[in-house]
Design a protein around this ligand. Structure first.
Ligand code: HEM
Ligand SMILES: *[C@@H]1O[C@H](CO)[C@@H](O)[C@H](O)[C@H]1NC(C)=O
Ligand SMILES: *[C@@H]1O[C@H](CO)[C@@H](O)[C@H](O)[C@H]1NC(C)=O
Ligand SMILES: *[C@@H]1O[C@H](CO)[C@@H](O)[C@H](O)[C@H]1NC(C)=O
Length: 504
């Protein structure tokens, strides 16, 4: 072909693709089944809208969505095929066990683990994969969970005692995240991380958790980022990244190795969750590949650490910032120790702690206000249409809600941004009303599998910390712990110093 024919070909290709693009834009704005749903046209046209807020600005789309709701009302089209609903009374059945919802594969791609229980989009495939590990998290597993959790809490207290002697401020944001990661890995992996052993509570590692989470948001839009990172040789990571990133890389490599060891073990066992998944007959052998088991390992650690760490940090901050609540909590704890003199340590007995009304209120209010899963919960029903008001949402529409909408619902939680455990000290119908909108662990078939382990860690840690230590906030304000960026988990501003206390 002569040069000018190339030119002509290129020109007609350009015209064609421009034309195609223009048609797509027109279709999405005017003819798409969701075209009547209010919302910004740019969001209707392209995912780039989401990309700008979540990647370029860094985890800011949740806040933009809140703004859009103020402007457009309770339903907003936030993507070409996605609506967001801000209405706690919507679809009582929507997130329940019976409704057969898929997760939106595109949204959940951020974890780079589409075959893990957490990341599996398809409802039926998910059910089997979840079943393969559910026995480890069920009520019957409580005593195993408890001993694992108790061990880690006493280790934390030991560390804090030695730091108290040193008389320096302690970064509890780090300490609590170490506790959470150790507890999850101790229970779920053949070998625990043991971050609590590190001198500075794994400062670098915890710092990079946020970097990785930001990268994950990019991965959602450009889904080759995580595989590239994981396939980089270690020297290349070391040469281009921070110490924390290298540590993260090493932990990921370690998880993959543990997964491989477990898959290739001579005898199948139930000694950790990971081993248990492999020995389960709920899933076919094809679901026991090293790759998939690695994904389970990665998501269990991811789902369990940041969430529990963030909730502990939030509770501790608010209790320390409110001396009257601090006194009341300490009094309740002292009293239970007093009345059960002689028997083994009541503060390490979960069933005893669960019956303490004020401690329970302190923890519930912390879970409510922390919203430790801050991302939207994106769901799709491929079989059924929904109506919302006058709008029809055809099958396949991605429907998202946010836990925060529920937890700040003013008619139920007056002054929703105030930490007020006393609001939970009610009974009967009044309590039921509070609980109806209280969904820190989600709801339905995709709710948190680690809920019991998480609650146990919260009860045991908060009780031990406030009974054994007198602490004072050190240069910490609410801004240091509150969400500024959403990477599915909430993160404060980049320059936040976290929760720091002086132990006395
Ligand atoms: C305070 C702590 C925690 C909170 C607030 C929390 C919250 C949640 C929420 C809201 C979901 C649903 C997410 C979604 O719909 O995409 C979830 C799922 C999940 N969580 Fe947690 N979580 C916590 C601790 C843990 C722990 C300790 C584990 C440890 C093993 C864990 C493991 C998981 C897993 C595996 C899923 C996916 C479940 C599935 O899809 O079958 N979480 N969590
Ligand atoms: C919020 O609460 C309502 C009422 O209990 C429930 O139907 C809805 O699913 C909840 N939303 C989320 C995101 O869990
Ligand atoms: C916790 O306390 C209850 C009584 O309050 C007792 O029955 C139970 O055995 C204790 N559990 C452990 C693990 O010590
Ligand atoms: C404390 O830990 C948090 C979270 O890991 C971190 O963001 C913060 O910078 C740390 N604070 C200091 C003073 O190093």
């Amino acid at each position: 072909m002569a040069f000018d024919s190339y030119l002509k070909l290129a020109a007609s290709l350009a015209v064609a693709s421009f034309g195609g693009l223009a048609c797509l834009v027109l279709y999405r704005v005017f003819f798409h089944p969701l075209s009547k749903i209010p919302g910004p046209k740019l969001a209707a046209i392209s995912r780039l809208y989401d990309f700008y807020y979540d990647c370029v600005l860094g985890g800011k789309f949740v806040f933009k969505i809140e703004e859009l709701h103020k402007q457009y009302g309770p339903i907003v089209r936030i993507g070409p095929n996605e609506v967001h609903i801000h209405d706690p009374d919507f679809f009582d059945e929507f997130y329940t066990v019976t409704s057969r919802l898929d997760k939106d594969a595109w949204y959940y791609a951020f974890v780079g683990s589409k075959d893990a229980g957490f990341g599996t989009a398809n409802v039926d495939l998910h059910r089997a994969r979840r079943k393969a590990m559910s026995r480890f998290f069920a009520a019957s597993a409580i005593s195993n969970l408890e001993s694992s959790s108790r061990e880690k809490v006493s280790q934390l207290c030991l560390r804090l005692r030695s730091m108290r002697e040193a008389g320096k401020p302690v970064n509890l944001s780090n300490a609590f995240r170490c506790l959470a990661a150790d507890s999850v890995t101790n229970y779920c992996m053949p070998k625990a991380f043991n971050l609590l052993d590190s001198i500075d509570f794994a400062d670098d590692y915890n710092r990079q958790a946020r970097v990785i989470s930001h990268i994950a948001a990019w991965h959602r839009h450009i889904p080759i980022i995580i595989p590239i990172f994981m396939r980089m040789p270690r020297w290349a990571v070391a040469a281009t990244s921070t110490e924390g990133a290298v540590m993260a890389f090493d932990f990921q490599t370690d998880l993959a190795r543990q997964a491989a060891d477990a898959v290739h073990a001579e005898k199948r066992s139930d000694r950790s969750v990971l081993d248990g998944i492999i020995s389960s007959d709920a899933i076919p052998e094809s679901d026991k590949s090293v790759d998939r088991i690695t994904q389970e390992a990665r998501t269990l650690v991811g789902a369990g650490s940041e969430t529990t760490g963030n909730t502990l940090e939030t509770i501790t901050f608010h209790v320390l910032a409110n001396p009257d609540k601090l006194d009341r909590l300490k009094e309740e704890l002292a009293q239970v120790v007093e009345t059960s003199k002689g028997s083994s340590d009541p503060l390490s007995n979960y069933s005893t702690l669960q019956h303490l009304p004020y401690l329970t209120a302190v923890i519930n209010e912390g879970l409510r206000i922390a919203c430790s899963v801050s991302g939207r919960l994106a769901r799709v029903n491929h079989r059924q249409a929904y109506t919302y008001g006058t709008y029809l949402l055809p099958p396949g529409t991605v429907i998202s809600m946010n836990i925060r909408s529920n937890h700040t619902f003013e008619p139920v939680y007056p002054e929703p941004l105030t930490y007020n455990p006393e609001r939970w000290l009610v009974e009967g119908e009044e309590l039921k009303r509070l609980e109806k909108y209280f969904v820190p662990f989600g709801r339905g078939g995709r709710s948190c599998i680690g809920k019991e382990l998480a609650l146990m860690n919260l009860y045991l840690t908060i009780a031990a910390f406030f009974h054994h230590f007198d602490a004072e906030l050190f240069e910490t304000t609410r801004k240091n712990i509150e969400i500024e960026h959403d990477y599915f988990s909430p993160f404060p501003a980049v320059d936040s110093k976290g929760l720091r206390v002086m132990l006395k």
